[in-house]
Design a protein around this ligand. Structure first.
Ligand SMILES: Nc1nc2c(ncn2[C@@H]2O[C@H](COP(=O)(O)OP(=O)(O)OP(=O)(O)O)[C@@H](O)[C@H]2O)c(=O)[nH]1
Length: 385
């Protein structure tokens, strides 16, 4: 029952939230037009207005409502900057209210209310100029209706006995007093609404940037130290539980100070960015790389030491010429395979010691941390390239 009802609501009001919101506003406008229609029918029954004139008004209004519903429901209006076409809707609303005012004889003062309500709808999207336009349009249309009634009654079908002109003048004066401050309030509301909307957009953008910065390195765009640490901790816990072997490699670019000296700090930054881009391109989907800080990177790869060493050799070849024309970029790496129950910190410490060994042994090579007793020798060999 519930789902049938919600399906019906989706069918009529669309499942698309913004479209549904627009249709909701349309429905409210439709409700006011319905009220006005009853008021017109009452006028016909009282003999204050011509049936044909009322039918013409009703036909126009309901054809307009239907066309508007179809245009909004189908999404056709979404090609426009304001998909609700608010200014058009409200201008037509103002003209219809004044058209009704002209036709309805002694009941015409009631038409002032829809005129006022129409301006209130402007608070949804309109800018102050559009609200001012609607206010002036309303006043002009009312003056035109009053003028027609007073001086050209023969143009109004079945106008009956003319009620005093003073009623119309009072009505115009009333709108003259009420509409400008109302327009001002609506314009203020609309501008507050739009300001809030802009602030919300800016906030969302800032939030997504903060989210991105919290996990990625600002310079290279790859994972930062914090997110790599989290990943390492999770992998260590998983490996201890499920015995899913993995390795880490701490990478340090060789002689990076000299690269900075040669290219300047900005040039060094560019080398770091290119290094990260090319190294990332070498990873398998199950591997990860992050910037550990400065010119140091950390790689996490599933499997054993042989697998990560092969990966590091691929990286070496890929990054070799990402620096200057005169200098081949090399790096040293300390590799450690996770031992069961070992914490991420201990694993990293072993990889760091292995990196130190790789540097000490002459750079441009991997050093593998011994699996068992730390007093065992580090396996190092210069990269074959
Ligand atoms: N351009 C740039 N340079 C950085 C950045 N972070 C650290 N560095 C520089 O990297 C250099 C690292 O120098 P060292 O620690 O002496 O190491 P190295 O010159 O690479 O020598 P080895 O590691 O022993 O091969 C320093 O000059 C730092 O200023 C960075 O984000 N951008």
């Amino acid at each position: 029952m519930q789902s049938l009802l919600s399906r019906m609501v989706d069918l009529v009001g669309s499942a698309h939230p913004r479209r549904r919101e627009r249709l909701m506003q349309w429905l409210i406008a439709g409700y006011i037009y319905m009220g006005a229609a009853i008021w017109l029918i009452a006028g016909v029954l009282q003999g204050w207005m011509s049936k044909t004139a009322a039918l013409l008004w009703l036909g126009f209004v309901f054809a307009g409502l239907l066309a508007g519903y179809v245009a909004l429901r189908s999404g056709w209006t979404e090609r426009f900057q304001d998909p609700s076409l608010t200014i058009w809707q409200l201008s037509i609303g103002v003209l219809c209210a004044n058209w009704g005012y002209l036709l309805i004889g002694p009941m015409r003062t009631a038409a002032l209310l829809p005129m006022v309500v129409t301006i209130v709808f402007g608070a949804f999207t309109l800018q102050w100029r559009q609200i001012a336009f609607l206010t002036v349009l309303n006043l002009f249309a009312l003056v035109a209706a009053v003028t027609l009634r007073a001086w050209f009654p023969q143009w109004i079908p079945q106008h009956g006995a003319m009620t005093p002109l003073m009623v119309d003048i009072n009505n115009v004066l009333m709108l003259l007093v009420v509409l400008p401050p109302l327009g001002f309030i609506v314009a203020r509301l609309s501008s507050v609404r739009r300001k809030l909307h802009r602030q919300r957009e800016a906030l969302m953008q800032a939030l997504s940037q903060v989210e991105r910065l919290a996990v990625s390195d600002e310079l290279t765009g790859i994972a930062n130290r914090r997110s790599m640490r989290t990943l390492l901790e999770r992998s260590a816990a998983l490996s201890s539980r499920e015995f899913a072997p993995f390795c880490v490699a701490l990478i340090d670019i060789d002689h990076f100070k000299a690269i900075n000296d040669e290219l300047g700090h900005a040039g060094g930054d560019e080398v770091l960015r290119e290094f990260a881009r090319r190294a990332t391109a070498m990873l398998r989907t199950t591997d990860a790389i992050g910037r550990w800080g400065g010119e140091e990177f950390v790689v996490l790869a599933c499997g054993n030491v042989d697998g990560i060493c092969r990966l590091l050799e691929r990286m070496r070849r890929a990054v070799a010429n990402c620096g200057t024309d005169s200098r081949c970029i090399t790096f040293s790496a300390g590799v450690a395979q996770h031992r069961r129950e070992e914490t991420a910190d201990d694993l990293l410490e072993r990889a760091d010691r292995a990196l130190y060994e790789a540097k000490r042994a002459g750079r441009n090579r991997n050093a593998v941390a011994p699996e068992g007793d730390p007093s065992q020798r580090y396996a190092t060999a210069e990269s074959p390239q």
